[in-house]
Every structure is written in structure tokens, then in C-alpha cells.
Design a protein around this ligand. Structure first.
Ligand code: SF4
Length: 292
């Protein structure tokens, strides 16, 4: 596979979005300040689900390798998207081995059904497809995780955004709390598959809800203990407002130089894990690509 350009400009972990479906409806509390709905409303576009088959072949024309966030303005596995159409979108990746495609959903039951059906006929997702769930709190993680685990794919992504509470990732990452060492350790009885990378971030935009630095720091610690790459996208607008960073144009808490001591690498046990210029923004191999 060709080398892919390092994705992510600052807090962004992808370098191209692709919208063969737009519009969505709320499914859980993580949707309450939905950025996509806000943008569609602002530009006077329909907020209900609309299909855009005219965009289906767009990635075929992008010659430069990209890390593509699919349906950033929707959910490909929304109940109003026919399963046959979701399959068509998934199959575009097969014709574009130069790109990596990331599909995130809050509706993983349908994702599992659609992807399993494709797998059954020998058209399952290839190595350039990353499938993931978004979970905003512990309850949603517990509810959605089994579907991700049982979906056939090479690379699984766990997106904890917008993070609305502390997360115990022990069973998700295969960890146990080692009391004597006061730290997380890999469990020998753990059963995978586990996520291949974790993305975490506080909510952004007007009315952003609380996201505490200690919640994020604890998630990073758990990922480090499990050896799973973690990408801290931003601390969120609640944190930025509270600590006065909004005036400097860093309204989402997206600049690591603003971040507090709790997120310094040594405090998180990350001394040896510096990747690129920022250890909290590890670009996992699955997102970074590279010669293979
Ligand atoms: S699932 Fe995603 S796109 Fe759909 S309403 Fe919720 S946050 Fe918005």
C-alpha cells in the first residue's frame, strides 16, 4: 500500500471527509449538541437523512492517498439508510486501496448486520476499512461495544466523543486494576478483539457540556496500560471557557500547549511513547498508514 499523508491538522485525525449520506436524527445524549445538525441548519440544508449517490465515486478520483472520514454529517447505519445503500458505500473502499476509510456509528447493530452480510458473500471490509463506534458515556459503551466486537473487520476504532463522564475501559481493553502497584495492568484472562485505537475529546460549540481533564487523563492511562494508541482530540469548549482560552481562538481546548499538568506525558506514564511532536496525539499506524 502506498504511504498515506500524515492525517490530522492540529486536532483533526482525518484529512478528508466524504458525504454519500447527509442528515441524521438523535439517538442518544451524545447527539444533543450535534455539530452536523447545526451545520446543516446553518446552511439551510435538510437535517433529515438524504442519500447522495452522485458522491459515491468521489474517492475514486482522489489520486493522493487520504484518510477519509465517511459520513461526517450523518450516520451510515441510520435506520433511514437502506442496507443496500450502506453496502454500496462500504464497497467503494475496495476500489480505492490507496485510501483509508473510517466509518463511525452510534447504530452498531445495523453495522454488524450489514457488514456480516457482506462478509458472508465474500465482500467483507478490506484492510483499508476502519469500523468504529462512538460512545459518550459508560452506559453507551456497554450497550454498543458488543456489536463492534462481533463485526468482522481488520481494524476497530473506539471514539469517546463527546466525552460526558468518566470511563472504565477495563473490560473493553482487557485490563485489571493492580492495587499494589496503583495502576492498570493487562489481564491474562482478557478476551479480545479489543479496539485498535481510541479517540477521545470533550464537546465543542455553544452549550458544550462538562468534560473533565481527569476523565481524559484516566482514559489515556488505561490505553497506555493496554498498549492501545490514543488520540486526544480536544478538551472541549466547557474546559476552554472555564479556563479562559476562548479569547485566544482555542475555543475547543484543542491546543496541547494549553493543557494542564495532569495531561503531561510523564504523569500519564507515556515517557517512552512520544510519537510525532505530541505523545497525546499518537497517530496509530492504522491512521497513519505507511509503506506496507
Ligand atoms: S448520530 Fe451523529 S450525526 Fe446523528 S444526530 Fe447523533 S451526533 Fe449527529
Amino acid at each position: 500500500m502506498n504511504a498515506i499523508e500524515r492525517p490530522g491538522h492540529g486536532s483533526q485525525w482525518w484529512d478528508k471527509s466524504w458525504g454519500p449520506v447527509r442528515g441524521c436524527t438523535r439517538i442518544s445524549e451524545g447527539c444533543d449538541n450535534c455539530w452536523a445538525q447545526r451545520m446543516l441548519h446553518q446552511y439551510d440544508k435538510p437535517t433529515a437523512v438524504t442519500l447522495h449517490p452522485e458522491c459515491l465515486d468521489a474517492p475514486l478520483h482522489w489520486r493522493k492517498p487520504r484518510c477519509i472520514f465517511v459520513c461526517s454529517m450523518s450516520d451510515l447505519f441510520h435506520e433511514d439508510v437502506p442496507a443496500a445503500y450502506s453496502s454500496r458505500v462500504l464497497k467503494v473502499a475496495e476500489a480505492c486501496p490507496q485510501h483509508r476509510f473510517i466509518y463511525l456509528t452510534k447504530r452498531p447493530a445495523k453495522m454488524q448486520t450489514v457488514v456480516s452480510a457482506l462478509q458472508y458473500i465474500g465482500k467483507g471490509p478490506g484492510p483499508n476499512v476502519l469500523l468504529g463506534i462512538s460512545a459518550e458515556n459508560q452506559a453507551r459503551l456497554v450497550e454498543r461495544r458488543p456489536y463492534l466486537r462481533d463485526t468482522p473487520c481488520a481494524t476497530r476504532v473506539l471514539s469517546l466523543e463527546p466525552l460526558l463522564g468518566p470511563m472504565d475501559l477495563a473490560s473493553t481493553l482487557g485490563l485489571v486494576w493492580e492495587k499494589s502497584a496503583d495502576t492498570w495492568m493487562p489481564s491474562y484472562q482478557a478476551k479480545g478483539p479489543f479496539p485498535d485505537c481510541v479517540i477521545v475529546g470533550g464537546e465543542s460549540g455553544p452549550g458544550a457540556r462538562e468534560c473533565r481533564v481527569e476523565w481524559i487523563a484516566d482514559i489515556v492511562r488505561q490505553c497506555v496500560a493496554a498498549g492501545v494508541p490514543v488520540f486526544v482530540k480536544q478538551l472541549g469548549s466547557w474546559w476552554a471557557k472555564r479556563f479562559g482560552f476562548t479569547k485566544r481562538g482555542h475555543s475547543k481546548g484543542q491546543c496541547p500547549e494549553d493543557w494542564p499538568r495532569e495531561l503531561w506525558a510523564p504523569a500519564l506514564g507515556m515517557r517512552d511513547l512520544y510519537v510525532d511532536e505530541n505523545p497525546l496525539r499518537q497517530f496509530p499506524p492504522v491512521l497513519r498508514g505507511g509503506a506496507e
